[in-house]
Design a protein around this ligand. Structure first.
Ligand SMILES: CC(=O)SCCNC(=O)CCNC(=O)[C@H](O)C(C)(C)COP(=O)(O)OP(=O)(O)OC[C@H]1O[C@@H](n2cnc3c(N)ncnc32)[C@H](O)[C@@H]1OP(=O)(O)O
Ligand SMILES: CC(C)C(=O)C(=O)O
Length: 505
């Protein structure tokens, strides 16, 4: 391996599964392990075999079936743990790794383990030696390393390497470290552990302060050549370092981190994230970097315009290289003309500037009422635009009161050129009352032959599209439509459209 090759150690199936509610069945874990192999991780920590028969079986199954990466099992520095791990990993042969750990910080030594430094040193060395009897590839983790006295940490790391550890892991177990300090600790170990070149230095960061990825990257810059983490950053408490974020940071900012190589197949990243989310039952937050639904969705009009002119104006990663189909430009009230026009073109509509202007103002009105403006909403707006006639009368205002057992009453205000007319009417229902009020102003007398309301999209805030067929005397059966998030408004506008059409005949 070259000096710049970074070993990617995935612990989704061990530390990731420690996330409350993320437990997976053996079958699910096997499926995730196969996908991690396709992703190209170097080591899969498949579980902690001593903790349950289920974990033992799933490590054994993964060790038997998954080829490519090393398969690793976790163990405390206890013979029963090490023996269980060695036994579960047997089928992996040369690809097996055993991972023994022991806490080294003062607080863990004193309160959790009730052991002094020398005892901790002895137990760690004995744990590594015993593991080494079963498996050549032994990783030792100094749990809570970032809160351990650096001098003691350096001594214990030196001793476990002498005992045969091939990887020494420096965990920030409780997510306490900050990047510059963590990088200094790694540099300190390179400077103070005499045999450090005999092992790979690894880091394993937790996210309690939201710094897991930053700390991991700082450690890589300081010389760590194995990084541990999980897909989607799942794990104990606030989780582990998200591997997909580390990988994409290294890929995107080679100028900042140097040319670090990994065996990762970038195009498998999204698929892996989605599989882990489904199998663990843990949803990925929408705004999560790299794999969240919004990671490549641009909502602001200015950004959408920039993206349409040159993707790189607002995107530092090409979403296609990690498995996304493309960036998204969702239409919302924040969108501008550029995004609207682009979407209309993709829907196959070539419209005049004036038509787009009309649709744009209606689009903004809908955007104020609904979270998203969907394609079907747009199609309905375009249809309205195409069937639009010169508006002799325009609706300025409508108020309709309906109360159970009472008589519906509508007040309508219409503009006719410079003039404004207001009138009111009762009716057999809200729509009937409104239509009669329109008739009183316009002098038309329409008879509603057909009336249909349909929802254009799903959801409570969906646009309602109203189609009316109105008879203005036997020869004039006129069809007209209108759409609005308020079906009563759509009904009045549809009827008024019919009246305007009749006036043009
Ligand atoms: C930072 C990490 O993520 S470490 C990994 C954490 N993962 C897990 O804990 C996996 C799930 N755990 C379990 O199923 C259980 O805790 C088991 C099976 C591991 C142990 O269960 P129990 O024997 O009932 O012990 P319990 O969990 O109550 O306490 C842990 C014991 O392990 C000891 N221990 C903790 N770490 C180590 C270690 N690295 N080496 C040796 N002993 C250790 C503790 O001192 C304590 O021993 P004590 O009971 O003599 O005080
Ligand atoms: C076992 C070790 C690596 C661990 O999970 C931690 O310290 O967080």
């Amino acid at each position: 391996m070259t000096q710049n090759r970074l070993i990617i150690f995935d612990t989704t199936l061990r530390d990731g599964e420690q996330c409350p509610g993320a437990s997976m069945t053996s079958r699910q874990k096997l499926e995730v392990a196969k996908q991690l192999a396709r992703l190209g991780v170097d080591v899969i920590e498949a579980g902690f075999p001593v903790i349950s028969q289920g974990d033992f079986e799933s490590v054994r199954e993964i060790a038997t079936q998954v080829k490519g990466p090393k398969i690793c099992g976790l163990a405390r520095c206890l013979p029963k743990d090490i023996e269980a791990a060695a036994s579960a990993l047997e089928a992996a042969g040369e690809a097996a790794r055993i991972h023994v750990f022991l806490a080294t910080s003062q607080i863990h030594r004193k309160y959790k383990l009730a052991k002094d430094e020398e005892e901790i040193m002895r137990i760690a060395v004995e744990g590594v030696r015993l593991a080494k009897r079963y498996i050549k590839d032994v990783e030792f983790s100094a749990e809570d390393a970032s809160r351990t006295e650096p001098e003691f940490l350096a001594r214990i790391i030196q001793k476990v390497i002498e005992a045969g550890a091939t990887t020494v892991n420096i965990p920030d177990t409780v997510g306490y470290a900050v990047p510059e300090e963590f990088a200094s600790l790694i540099r300190y170990l390179f400077d103070h552990v005499q045999n450090i070149d005999k092992a790979v230095v690894s880091v394993h960061c937790h996210n309690d302060l939201g710094l897991a990825v930053s700390n991991s990257l700082a450690a890589i810059k300081a010389g760590a050549r194995q990084v541990e983490g999980t897909i989607n950053g799942i794990g104990e408490r606030a989780g582990n370092a998200a591997l997909e974020e580390i990988i994409m940071a290294l890929h995107t900012r080679a100028d900042a981190f140097g040319k670090i190589e990994t065996g990762i197949q970038l195009k498998e990243i999204l698929r892996t994230s989605r599989l882990v989310s489904r199998m663990s039952g843990l949803a990925v937050q929408r705004n999560k970097a790299v794999v969240g639904e919004n990671a490549f969705a641009h909502a602001a009009g200015i950004h959408q315009d920039g993206i349409l002119k040159k993707r790189e104006t607002y995107e530092i990663i090409d979403p296609k290289i990690i498995g996304w189909e493309q960036s998204e430009l969702p239409l919302t009230k924040h969108s501008g003309r550029a995004a609207l026009e682009n979407r209309l073109k993709l829907l196959g509509f070539e419209l005049e500037k004036e038509e787009i202007d009309n649709i744009f103002s209606q689009f903004k009105e809908i955007g104020d009422k609904k979270k998203f403006v969907y394609d079907d909403d747009l199609i309905s707006l375009v249809e309205g635009q195409m069937t639009r006639v010169k508006e002799t009368y325009e609706l300025e205002y409508a108020a309709v009161t309906v109360c159970s057992g009472g008589i519906p009453m509508a007040t309508i205000k219409l503009r006719h050129g410079e003039e404004v007319f207001v009138d009111a009417s009762t009716g057999d229902g809200a729509v009937d009352a409104a239509m009669k009020a329109v008739d009183r102003i316009t002098g038309q007398h329409g008879h509603l032959v057909e009336y249909e309301v349909k929802s254009v999209t799903e959801g409570k805030d969906a646009i309602g599209e109203v189609t009316v067929k109105v008879n203005f005397g036997s020869k004039h059966l006129i069809t007209a439509k209108a759409a609005s998030t308020d079906v009563l408004e759509a009904s009045i506008k549809a009827y008024l459209n019919a009246v305007n059409k009749a006036l043009l005949l």
